[in-house]
Design a protein around this ligand. Structure first.
Ligand SMILES: Cc1ncc(COP(=O)(O)O)c(C=O)c1O
Length: 474
């Protein structure tokens, strides 16, 4: 066992009664299970822990797209910190930048006071923005999580417009804080929490495989846009003109669902016409993952706000809102937070953007994504339990279905159960994947952008074998 963890546990104390202080290690249950990381994790961490339930490993080392667990098994990491690790684990450039920063006597943390590192980072971020947006943009550094970027953006939109409602999309994910959760589709997370942010309304997302209007292709897109436009113009819609509409250009947690370019363009056009700020949540799909620096770029649109977190900090916590400065009606201190000044994250973020550019990782994400999609489509031809293969760049989803059980509209039911079996088999064979979408029916591929062709082939090979085994055991 890690001696530092042991020391840590030994040094902690629990108050067993008002008069007796017992050392943590003296608690029988804990000392009995000292040799097992997972047992201890289950014992001590809250019931809300999520990934360890499906990926029950303890990670010892990590390099590139690989991680090694404490038992010595090697895994290909196609989760990559939920898309955070664009350059994979311990990329040598990031490693050096962080080491050099530590040796430089630079501050680790500065609230929102500026530094040369921050100044460079802001310039680097503005350099990747679409020129039209960069010319009129302001930046707000947020507390370190993506959810705080969501919170900041909604507060800003409400302040700027003086309006109170917000529109979001079914299947969308914007974080787990009170406000962000209100804008998130997933009912399992929302149902137990009462009094979420009021006046949030949900619109249908253009989920082509399961079109909410039961239509296909162009008809599905046109109906969706018509629905939104009608809602906004109907004086009896029941929804006051919103302060903002928030959307992901590719829904990540919702099941790797890319919005068609024509739909995004339509949404931009409608929101501009109704003077509603359009927020693009690029926290998961941004920073090269979809083959463009920002996922919305393939639709050739310019949003009013962009949310960034995950990869923008080079693997360290950082989150930002970039927005049209005409919306900047904030008073001083209107959105604050202690951890807005993580200098190592800014240094790592600048280095990440540099590596993405010099190693042409957007292009690699497109090429490798296409390669993986082709493999997965080939596998789909062999198994009717694979309902859909979709995505953009290295943000790919495989929706698992039960072809024998049909819904009323004749489409196969989503099968979270089989998806979980495939995920487990993949893990046994050394491939880490995550699930998402309705009832976890979509297997999600989010590898680092540095992944190579032969590694993509291996990922697909393991997935095919795991699918075969999972189906044999159903
Ligand atoms: C699109 C999107 N928005 C917001 C968030 C929330 O980010 P965080 O978990 O850092 O709060 C996530 C996290 O997965 C996300 O995928």
């Amino acid at each position: 066992m890690h001696s530092c963890l042991q020391d840590d546990l030994n040094s902690k104390t629990l108050q067993a009664s008002p008069f007796t202080l017992k050392k943590f290690s003296e608690q029988a249950a804990i000392s009995l299970s000292y040799t097992n990381y997972l047992e201890r994790q289950n014992l001590l961490e809250s019931n809300a822990r999520s990934y360890p339930r499906r990926i029950p490993i303890a990670i010892k080392r990590a390099q590139g797209i690989y991680i090694e667990d404490t038992k010595g098994q090697l895994f290909i990491d196609c989760l990559a910190g939920a898309g955070t690790l664009a350059l994979g684990h311990n990329h040598p450039v990031i490693h050096n930048v962080l080491k050099n920063y530590l040796d430089s006597s630079g501050p680790l943390h500065t609230l929102d006071i500026t530094t040369p590192t921050k100044d460079t980072f802001i310039k680097d971020v503005f350099d990747i923005l679409p020129a039209e947006f960069a010319q009129k943009a302001h930046i707000q550094f947020c507390g370190p999580s993506g959810a705080d970027a969501t919170e900041a953006a909604i507060k800003l939109a409400k302040t700027a417009t003086g309006r109170r409602s917000v529109l979001a999309f079914s299947g969308g994910y914007h974080g787990m804080t009170h406000g962000a959760l209100s804008l998130t589709g997933n009912l399992a997370a929302k149902t137990p929490v009462s009094n979420l942010m009021p006046e949030v309304h949900f619109l249908p997302y253009p989920y082509e495989f399961r079109c909410p209007f039961g239509l296909k292709g162009e008809q599905s897109i046109a109906s969706n846009l018509h629905y939104i436009e009608n809602l906004l113009s109907d004086p009896e819609s029941g929804i006051t003109t919103p302060a903002a509409i928030i959307v992901e250009a590719v829904q990540g947690e919702g099941g790797m669902i890319p919005a068609p370019a024509r739909w995004l363009k339509g949404l931009r056009e409608i929101t501009a016409r109704f003077d509603i700020p359009l927020i693009l949540d690029e926290i998961q799909c941004g920073i090269g993952r979809t083959g463009d620096m920002f996922a919305f770029e393939y639709a050739d649109i310019v949003p009013d706000m962009i949310l960034l977190s995950k990869a923008i900090g080079g693997g360290l916590p950082l989150s930002l809102v970039l927005f049209d400065k005409s919306l900047d009606k904030w008073n001083p201190g209107a959105h604050a937070g202690t951890f807005r000044g993580n200098q190592m994250a800014m240094a790592a973020g600048s280095a990440t953007l540099d590596v993405i550019r010099t190693e042409q990782l957007c292009q690699n994400a497109s090429l490798m994504g296409e390669r993986l999609r082709q493999h997965l489509q080939e596998i789909q031809r062999q198994y009717s339990h694979i309902g859909d293969v979709r995505g953009r760049g290295l943000m790919i989803g495989v929706e698992i279905v039960n072809p024998e059980k049909l819904l009323n509209d004749g489409s196969p039911t989503p099968s979270g159960e089989l998806a979980a079996k495939i995920q487990r088999e993949c893990l046994k064979k050394g491939l880490i994947l995550e699930l998402g979408g309705r009832n976890g029916c979509t297997v999600r591929f989010l590898p680092p952008l540095i992944i190579k062709p032969e590694e993509i082939d291996r990922v697909a090979e393991i997935f095919a074998q795991a699918t075969q085994v999972a189906l044999e055991n159903t």
